[in-house]
Design a protein around this ligand. Structure first.
Ligand SMILES: Nc1ncnc2c1ncn2[C@@H]1O[C@H](COP(=O)(O)OP(=O)(O)O)[C@@H](O)[C@H]1O
Ligand SMILES: [Mg+2]
Length: 293
């Protein structure tokens, strides 16, 4: 769709407008419609979580917003400009950490920082800024190591530092904390909330983690199963900020939201084939369990 047609469709000028997006992938047996009529208007500074079963199309949505895929129908408007290609104002944290293997952590972040701040920061300022961002994700001790010298979780943290260091208007994250241990994950969630509160970036984050979605989001966008996946329900999370995971654990509203998401995923959009197919988990031998004490 051309941009003028898209703009006419937008009555309220949302900061980020995902407008009636269809995505059809070509396959040897014909087109596969992964997404159908995905429509979402996002305000500046909003934190959106995308949640849905594996394969429903979450990464496809993110890739379209990133400008890496072109929607088959509909499109993306960022501040009323059509998105056709990747840009530094939309930083992406991929699910599989995507660092350049021949560069150190520092150099990986540096590459992104140079791309954005080459004209506005001095060399010294850039160095300080790179180190600051690596410190933020607790990676300052391994700044000069290459990706093959650090763990998967550490690589992911460098990827997050790289994205944050670009000070993007829109931060797109595909299951960014999935590979991290529980403590690092909690720390990263807390820093992300702080950073976002400070910088007011607009965030779209894909997650599988219901608690993470409720803790971080302003809205949780729940997707139906594909093919022709679309937005099933949107949940407003009006919990006060700053949020603390400890006090929320007993909060009535927090637990109501949590159970709404669980109900959507495991009742309304239950993946039937997982339950009826023969590939379910093997049964434990009953005798042994009965005998053991
Ligand atoms: N490049 C592609 N070509 C064909 N089919 C694809 C391609 N990318 C994704 N798909 C299909 O589109 C659907 C959505 O994929 P994806 O967005 O990766 O799901 P999710 O991120 O929710 O797990 C899946 O059925 C997937 O197999
Ligand atoms: Mg995915």
């Amino acid at each position: 769709m051309n941009s003028s047609a898209l703009e006419e469709n937008t009555q309220e000028q949302a900061f980020l407008n995902i407008s009636q997006v269809d995505m059809v992938f070509p396959t040897p047996t014909g087109g596969f419609t992964a997404l159908k009529d995905v429509d979402l208007q996002i305000d500046k500074g909003e934190f959106i979580s995308l949640i849905g079963h594996s394969g429903c199309g979450k990464s496809t949505v993110l890739n379209i917003v990133a400008g890496l895929y072109q929607a088959t129908k509909g499109g993306i408007l960022l501040q009323n400009k059509e998105v056709n290609a990747p840009g530094p104002e939309r930083a992406v944290v991929f699910q599989n950490h995507s660092l350049l293997p021949w560069l150190t952590s520092y150099q990986n972040v540096e590459l992104a920082v140079k791309q954005v701040f080459n004209k506005t920061m001095s060399k010294g300022e850039m160095k300080e800024w790179i180190e600051y961002n690596l410190k933020l994700v607790h990676m300052d001790h391994a700044m000069h190591k290459r990706p093959d010298e650090i763990s998967g979780g550490m690589k992911q943290r460098v990827g997050i530092a790289r994205a944050l260091a670009m000070q993007p208007e829109v931060l797109l994250m595909d299951e960014p904390f999935g590979a991290l241990d529980a403590l690092t994950r909690a720390h990263m969630q807390d820093s992300l909330m702080e950073i976002q509160n400070e910088l007011n970036n607009t965030v779209i984050m894909i997650t599988h983690d219901v608690d993470e979605a409720v803790l971080l989001s302003d809205r949780i966008v729940m997707m139906t199963n594909g093919p022709e996946a679309t937005i099933g329900e949107i949940l407003d999370v009006k919990l006060e900020r700053p949020r603390s995971r400890l006090s929320l654990a007993k909060d009535v509203e927090y637990n109501r939201l949590r159970s709404e998401v669980l109900t959507f995923l495991y009742e309304k959009q239950r993946k039937v084939e997982n339950i009826t197919s023969k590939t379910t988990a093997p049964q434990a031998p009953k005798k042994k369990i009965a005998n053991s004490k």
